[in-house]
Design a protein around this ligand. Structure first.
Ligand SMILES: [Fe+2]
Length: 294
């Protein structure tokens, strides 16, 4: 099976793009800029041209999570591999590739209908990131997607896409979170069950920051502006990430994370954390009503 190298881009739809841009620049600290035709807002936080793209939509929605497979040849291999598994795969057309600042990609859906892309040639920026406050982001770390059945999703991502299981956290017997990786980072994809009555969605995007200072500066900055804090500062039990979640007006959160654990495929054995395992080993609680896991 070919390999996925890393997570590369996330595309979302939001109902108030101008409001999101303002929140992004004032609270998150990331530059946001529109394409020449105004149809897309790009958000930059590391060496790449952008990591997040927002388009207008009636409600919050996930448009794609794109993973980097490294080359046109690898994308062709993926296309053949997924077709052999009877998955409906289509090529992203040239104009949409241009919008996304990529050389090429294929698209398909996971069992919950989350749109995924495997692509290559993600455009890198030439200039340093013009953060709007003191901040240094290294990369996109992961996304958390909610799923109707996390075991079904686990099987899809591990068997068809080559993700490796890092661990499960069984919050309760019904609340089983799954953590999957494609490289040495503890997870590139986290899966949590949907709350009863809710649809599968993007719950958060994690950005890996350079230092603990970036987490704590972000916390105090958000507090000063009275921006909703989802949870944190805290530390996760499995990946050991020191985290701060800020709930954005787009229906998903941004996690600022530092100290995310690396795993060695040669020695790591998947772990099941039992019911009662806290989300934060320091004992912190969810702080804003809008921040829900499922
Ligand atoms: Fe996370």
């Amino acid at each position: 099976m070919p390999r996925i190298l890393d997570i590369a881009q996330v595309g979302v739809g939001v109902s108030d793009r101008a409001g999101w841009e303002q929140y992004c620049q004032e609270v998150l600290g990331f530059p946001a800029f529109r394409a020449a035709d105004g149809a897309v807002t790009y958000v930059r936080w590391d060496a790449y041209h952008h990591r997040l793209a927002l388009r207008d939509a009636a409600d919050a929605q996930l448009h794609y999570v794109a993973f980097d497979v490294g080359s046109a040849e690898a994308m062709e291999e993926w296309s053949a591999h997924l077709a052999s598994k009877q998955l409906a795969v289509r090529l992203v057309d040239t104009s949409r590739c241009r919008d996304r600042m990529i050389a090429g990609a294929i698209e398909f859906q996971d069992p919950d209908g989350h749109p995924l892309a495997l692509g290559y040639g993600f455009e890198v920026a030439q200039e340093p990131v013009p953060y709007t406050r003191p901040l240094s982001v290294l990369r996109t770390g992961h996304v958390l997607l909610t799923a109707q059945d996390t075991k079904r999703s686990h099987d899809f991502y591990t068997e068809l896409l080559g993700f490796r299981l890092s661990d499960w956290i069984h919050r309760t017997d019904d609340m089983r979170l799954c953590f999957l990786r494609v490289n040495s980072r503890h997870h590139t994809l986290a899966l949590a069950p949907c709350r009863p009555g809710s649809k599968p969605r993007l719950q958060h995007i994690m950005v890996e920051v350079e230092s603990l200072d970036d987490v704590m500066r972000s916390y105090h900055h958000a507090k000063r502006l009275k921006a909703p804090i989802g949870r944190g500062p805290g530390k996760h039990p499995n990946c050991q990430t020191i985290h701060l979640y800020l709930q954005t007006p787009g229906g998903f959160a941004i996690e600022f994370g530092y100290g995310h654990r690396r795993l060695d495929d040669a020695i790591h054995q998947p772990v099941i954390y039992p019911p009662g395992t806290p989300g934060d080993v320091w004992g912190g609680q969810v702080q804003s009503a809008e921040f829900v896991l499922g």
